[in-house]
Design a protein around this ligand. Sequence first.
Ligand code: GLU
Length: 306
Amino acid sequence: MSVAQVVGRFAPSPTGPLHFGSLVAAVGSYCLARRVGGKWLLRMEDLDPPRVVPGAADEILATLESLGLYWDEAIVWQSQRTEAYLAALSKLRDKGLVFECACSRKEILLSAPHPGEEGPIYPGTCRSGLRPGRKPRALRIVVPQEQVCFSDGVFGPLQQVLAEAVGDFVLRRADGLFAYQLAVVVDDAAAGVNQVVRGADLLSSTPRQIFLHACLGTPVPAYVHLPLVVGGDGKKISKRNANSRLEPEAGAARLLDQALRLLGQKVPGCLQGAPATELLSWAVQHFDQAAIPTAVDGLMVNDFPL
Ligand code: GLU
């Protein structure tokens, strides 16, 4: 029996320059794909035009190249994938899973019974049709009262009941833009991605994505979530862009070394001061998934001066 080739990917949002947290996701996903001779694809998640920063995508690409993180195949730009998202939406509609929702954010907040991990849990207000005079805003998918179970490559077995944790979630927003959850599933499936490696901030999105794969009949990839890099104030550093921006003068080898150490990899002392290419080829040969920690205790941004 032949074993399928690993297809990994890195999917940055060009909302600013690559920060150290994203760099860790890039290095982790690259090494986990390349160590088994897999492909590593690149997708620019420029789905939300108002959040896209001009020049950010080019800056991200230049940083990846400076680290020797070269991708396979043409870059996929989410801004050019509208037809694929529409097709997925119509497939879900045909299955009777999509409904129009007229609720504003404020109405949901007022009517939601309990706050969920990611804001109010949609209480199902418009699930069985809009009340007269109400205008449709977003499109949502009906979620079942069932447990979604998966085993994360770092965090182990996890489960979530979507109806209790998030409720019927948005596929297309009131502003007409497609939701990240739908886009990521459609794009990963279209590219044949079978290994998703990314920051643990997306762990709670994973059950929604697994559910969408099941609804669309596409294969569920393996998931590996990486520990988040938090600053001294406990905040994810991407939220502190001023402090987390990668400065070119930091040196590619030093950044790679820091990312690998954060991922629990025991970089041999003899590689200290080695060029980035040598460090990366060591990492590709020796990357140990079992060594990735779930948390980086007490890590201060100052421990990883950029
Ligand atoms: N674009 C997302 C981010 O930059 C990552 C999405 C994903 O890896 O699924 O946080």
